[in-house]
Write a protein that binds this ligand. Structure first.
Ligand SMILES: *[C@@H]1O[C@H](CO)[C@@H](O)[C@H](O)[C@H]1NC(C)=O
Ligand SMILES: *[C@@H]1O[C@H](CO)[C@@H](O)[C@H](O)[C@H]1NC(C)=O
Ligand SMILES: *[C@@H]1O[C@H](CO)[C@@H](O)[C@H](O)[C@H]1NC(C)=O
Ligand SMILES: *[C@@H]1O[C@H](CO)[C@@H](O)[C@H](O)[C@H]1NC(C)=O
Ligand SMILES: *[C@@H]1O[C@H](CO)[C@@H](O)[C@H](O)[C@H]1NC(C)=O
Ligand SMILES: *[C@@H]1O[C@H](CO)[C@@H](O)[C@H](O)[C@H]1NC(C)=O
Ligand SMILES: *[C@@H]1O[C@H](CO)[C@@H](O)[C@H](O)[C@H]1NC(C)=O
Ligand SMILES: *[C@@H]1O[C@H](CO)[C@@H](O)[C@H](O)[C@H]1NC(C)=O
Ligand SMILES: *[C@@H]1O[C@H](CO)[C@@H](O)[C@H](O)[C@H]1NC(C)=O
Length: 441
């Protein structure tokens, strides 16, 4: 005799089998559906539209890599529990205005790499209206207007009042209208595929006051004459990632004007200078001056990356003269070409090191300063070593000074005291000669 429980299970199993069979017999859909009917994977199945007979219980639906051109009205009408939809790498040209009807619980929507144009024809005004709970929208890899302004359909986007994370193309001449102001919950604005030509005071104004994170990476065609008020009003910004956005280091540093009083978790200016600057009469080599870094030196920053920017020299107080050195935890200035431990520079650096009490990682690898000639003309033992005693920052974990080509003219015998947490110190491929460090603790 079956217990009721067993009977239920049996019924469930037979139901499961019948559904799978039905889908298979149609020979069309063949989505991979999990046994609990919660997740359907319909990726790479040459679908031209959203399948119509998917289980109502679905929480997630993956339609990556199909041939869907139009998201028709009511495509998801019966899939009201869906939380996550992925329609990447299709041929989407058009979204009908009722396409997302019923998706009041959707959290994540991804439409990456399609053929969508940023206008009202593609994104009808009320198309996003049903998506009241949408937190994450991923829509980069679509079509920007090339030689004219792209006026993003801001009214359509204005319905996404729960949105926290938007990933979108940054077109050549973008206009972000007032509708974006309604995205009160937007925390992270991430531009992928950047065609931006000019960064101006007004370009991102509509997002200011709201966003915590701005990721604007890989803008390779951007003009170096950015307006320095462009980040003004971004009072809540704590992550600024401009890696590989070629505005030049001096311009990048000037941008900090607008956020000079912010507490920053990350400022990433890795390779914002372009070795092809010569084309614009700009130089790759940068001599940091005090006025260039006036905002940087004022700021409290946890993670700072100014690697690979052609820095060849720096003035006093322009690089290690942080007012809030105590904020820094990770400091990268690898792949530049300047000398640190020389003359006043050493003193400044040692002072910085003493003040940077939260420092966890210091990375100045890959710095070619000068080749050492190993021809015995230089008499090492004749130079007098200077003893330096430095307290270790409490949490210092890694010092990376690998691949530094320096001359042998460094006469330091440093003693680092209290390095309890230091676990990595990498001096590999580095040619210092007269430099000794003892570690105590
Ligand atoms: C769907 O299946 C494809 C191929 O098997 C896989 O790469 C993808 O990660 C799956 N999607 C999800 C959401 O698990
Ligand atoms: C989709 O719905 C909208 C709004 O009801 C309507 O204007 C439009 O004609 C519909 N599209 C199609 C192809 O039926
Ligand atoms: C995208 O649209 C353009 C014309 O606007 C067309 O040439 C291209 O083939 C389309 N791409 C896809 C993947 O449909
Ligand atoms: C945009 O302008 C460039 C240079 O003038 C031209 O080569 C290109 O064909 C234009 N693109 C479009 C879509 O008009
Ligand atoms: C941009 O903003 C800065 C700082 O507020 C201001 O000095 C400058 O005049 C502005 N530029 C333009 C073109 O409005
Ligand atoms: C040091 O910086 C280099 C270049 O910027 C990077 O490749 C490397 O991963 C960094 N090392 C550590 C330990 O983070
Ligand atoms: C130091 O940085 C170099 C690259 O700059 C990297 O290859 C190496 O792994 C790093 N060392 C450690 C110990 O992380
Ligand atoms: C190096 O300097 C020491 C001490 O000043 C001296 O005795 C020695 O002869 C010098 N060696 C050479 C090769 O000049
Ligand atoms: C460096 O200084 C320490 C401590 O004063 C001393 O013990 C050590 O011998 C010195 N090393 C060199 C190479 O002079």
């Amino acid at each position: 005799m079956f217990s009721q429980q067993k009977l239920k299970t049996l019924l469930k199993i037979s139901f499961f089998i019948s559904v799978i069979t039905k889908v298979n017999s149609e020979g069309k859909i063949n989505c991979k559906i999990t046994r609990d009917y919660l997740h359907a994977n319909c990726s790479h199945r040459q679908l031209n539209e959203v399948p119509t007979d998917l289980p109502k219980t679905l929480l997630s639906l993956d339609l990556t890599g199909n041939n869907i051109e139009v998201l028709s009205n009511n495509s998801f009408k019966h899939l009201t529990l869906l939380q996550n939809i992925i329609i990447d790498n299709n041929r989407l040209l058009n979204i009908e205005s009722m396409a997302f009807t019923g998706l009041g619980r959707l959290h994540k929507l991804s439409l990456v790499n399609n053929n969508l144009t940023y206008d009202y024809e593609t994104f009808p005004v009320d198309v996003f209206q049903p998506l009241k709970m949408l937190k994450k929208l991923n829509i980069y890899g679509n079509k920007c207007f090339e030689n004219e302004s792209t006026h993003y359909p801001d009214v359509s986007f204005s319905f996404l009042t729960s949105l926290e994370h938007l990933t979108i193309d940054l077109c050549k001449y973008p206009i972000f209208g007032k509708g974006f102001k309604d995205l009160h919950n937007l925390k992270k604005l991430e531009f992928k595929q950047c065609y931006l030509k000019r960064l101006e005071n007004d370009t991102l104004k509509v997002f200011s006051g709201v966003i915590l994170e701005l990721h604007m990476t890989q803008c390779l065609d951007i003009d170096t004459t950015v307006e320095y008020g462009s980040l003004e009003g971004m009072e809540r910004l704590s992550v600024l990632n401009m890696e590989n956005t070629r505005i030049s280091l001096p311009s990048a540093l000037r941008l900090l004007y607008g956020i000079q009083n912010n507490l920053m978790k990350i400022v990433n200016f890795y390779q914002v200078s372009d070795q092809n600057f010569f084309r614009e009469g700009k130089r790759f080599a940068v001599i940091l001056t005090k006025s260039m870094t006036i905002y940087l030196m004022k700021m409290c920053i946890k993670n700072l990356n100014i690697g690979n920017n052609g820095i060849v020299e720096y003035e006093k107080d322009s690089l290690f003269g942080f007012k809030h050195a105590g904020c820094l935890e990770h400091f990268y200035f690898s792949e530049n070409r300047f000398v640190i431990l020389n003359g006043w520079g050493s003193n400044e650096f040692f002072q910085f090191f003493t003040k940077a009490k939260k420092l966890r990682e210091l990375n100045f690898s890959y710095m070619p300063w000068k080749f050492t000639r190993y021809d015995n003309t230089f008499n090492i033992s004749s130079s007098k070593l200077v003893n330096v005693f430095l307290p270790c920052p409490e949490n210092l974990h890694t010092i990376n000074i690998s691949h530094v080509l320096a001359d042998a003219n460094l006469h330091y015998n440093g003693t680092l005291i209290g390095c309890n947490t230091l676990s990595v110190i990498d001096f590999s491929y580095t040619t210092f000669e007269d430099l000794y460090f003892d570690f105590h603790g």
